[in-house]
Design a protein around this ligand. Structure first.
Ligand code: GLV
Ligand code: MN
Ligand code: MN
Length: 402
């Protein structure tokens, strides 16, 4: 596809990549064809603007706009191009396309940055393939080691190290350096309804709720669905079912979030009591303590029920992200640019990982009319996307300017 300096054209170019003909949602899993195509798209868009793209050994990318006027630590913006399974168009790519478009706006304004402005793309932000959220940014900040990451397996048993190599990347080439990054700003579609309720197109982030993923393995005894008396069963599906209800109830009682969105059943036959049910809990809460207590209570109730069902429960933490408070002074300074509200989010972002690594970080949110996300129904109106581009341009001008 021919690179374009127009946000709407970029958006049209991105639209078919990885889109399901049946649901209209996106399957842009890391180190697979759609994501590889998007990496090339990004490189072409950067090249069309005269920027050289650096792609690291696992597929993270960065390109810098560094005219002669610019020196010192840079301002990095960007997001991710991968999606959840059957995800929306905006989660991730909106931040990347807006970053390119915002630099176009600054150039059209004749703005000469004092500091370099970079555009970054991080791989496997969603953790949809290997289960670890924000894996690309975790690796570049050192929050996760390559030795650990390469042993992760996807649903088909493929090691992450092999998936990266199969995508034509060479992890021994090393990871992106964040040395040049003085500040990070991620623009993202809002994944709730805060901005809708405020009747505003743009906001900034104050914090990310702590959240994580825990694998619950419920082991039982496979047996005949007809001949096994109900009282003789050790049915892990029942333990799981009660656990899903308990998780929802606990989260509601505590004002927090708990979801079982993925399960697998062995052997998954209609006429047999299953031998094993594996279910993944996604839990989020307003503080680290509240999250620990929510997950602990769900685990306790699941364990009690396993005792009654004669099943065995094992709980394994697979991806845990602590609370993130974005630099409050930075957010307050940027809010003045547009009288933007500063709002919390319950969604995870690479911005949280870079903030944890000590980089002053901010997020710009763009209104989502229904608040629906991680779904084909995720949406942002074009006018709001363009308002987001202008807002990001103003933020970059503030941070990279005199
Ligand atoms: C990422 O979008 C997450 O919050 O799961
Ligand atoms: Mn995202
Ligand atoms: Mn997401």
């Amino acid at each position: 596809m021919a690179p374009s300096r127009d946000f709407e054209q970029m958006w049209r170019d991105l639209a078919p990549v990885g889109r399901s003909a049946t649901s209209g949602g996106y399957f842009r899993q890391p180190w697979a064809s759609a994501e590889t195509e998007l990496r090339s798209w990004f490189a072409e868009e950067c090249a069309a603007r005269g920027f050289t793209v650096e792609t690291d050994g696992i597929g993270n990318q960065v390109a810098w706009w560094s005219p002669e006027s610019a020196s010192g630590p840079g301002v990095l913006t960007g997001s991710h191009l991968d999606s959840v399974l059957d995800g929306g168009a905006y989660d991730g790519p909106l931040g990347v396309a807006s970053a390119l478009a915002a630099i176009d706006v600054l150039r059209d304004r004749g703005f000469a940055p004092d500091r370099p402005v970079g555009i970054g793309v991080f791989v496997e932000e969603e953790g949809s393939r290997f289960g670890r959220a924000c894996l690309g940014s975790r690796l570049v900040t050192g929050a996760t080691t390559w030795a650990e990451a390469r042993e992760l397996r996807d649903r088909d048993g493929v090691f992450l190290g092999d998936a990266v190599a199969d995508a034509g990347l060479d992890p021994s080439a090393g990871l992106l350096s964040l040395e040049r990054v003085g500040t990070f700003v991620e623009l993202h579609v809002e994944q709730g309804r805060d901005l809708v309720d405020r009747d505003l197109a743009v906001g900034l982030a104050s914090e990310i709720w702590p959240h994580g993923r825990w694998r619950f393995d419920f082991a039982g005894q496979a047996n005949h669905a007809g001949t096994t008396r109900m009282e003789d069963r050790h049915d892990p599906m029942l333990t799981y079912a009660m656990t899903a209800l308990a998780a929802s109830k606990q989260a509601r009682l505590a004002g927090q979030r708990a979801t079982f969105g993925r399960i697998s059943v062995e052997p998954n036959g209609t006429n047999a009591v299953p031998s094993l049910v594996t279910a993944w809990l996604d839990a989020r809460a307003s503080s680290d303590d509240a999250l620990a207590s929510l997950v602990g209570e769900i685990g306790r109730q699941a364990g009690d029920r396993a005792g009654r069902d004669g099943t065995a429960l094992t709980v394994t933490a697979e991806s845990v992200s602590g609370s993130v408070a974005f630099d409050p002074e930075l957010a307050a300074r940027l809010a003045l640019l547009g009288d933007w509200p500063i709002i919390p989010t319950q969604a995870g972002h690479d911005a949280g990982i870079l903030s944890d690594a000590g980089i002053p970080t901010a997020m710009v949110f763009v209104r989502n009319p229904t608040g629906i996300s991680h779904s084909p129904d995720e949406h942002a109106d074009t006018a709001d996307c363009l308002a987001g581009v202008e807002a990001l341009a103003d933020v970059l001008a503030e941070l990279a300017g005199p």
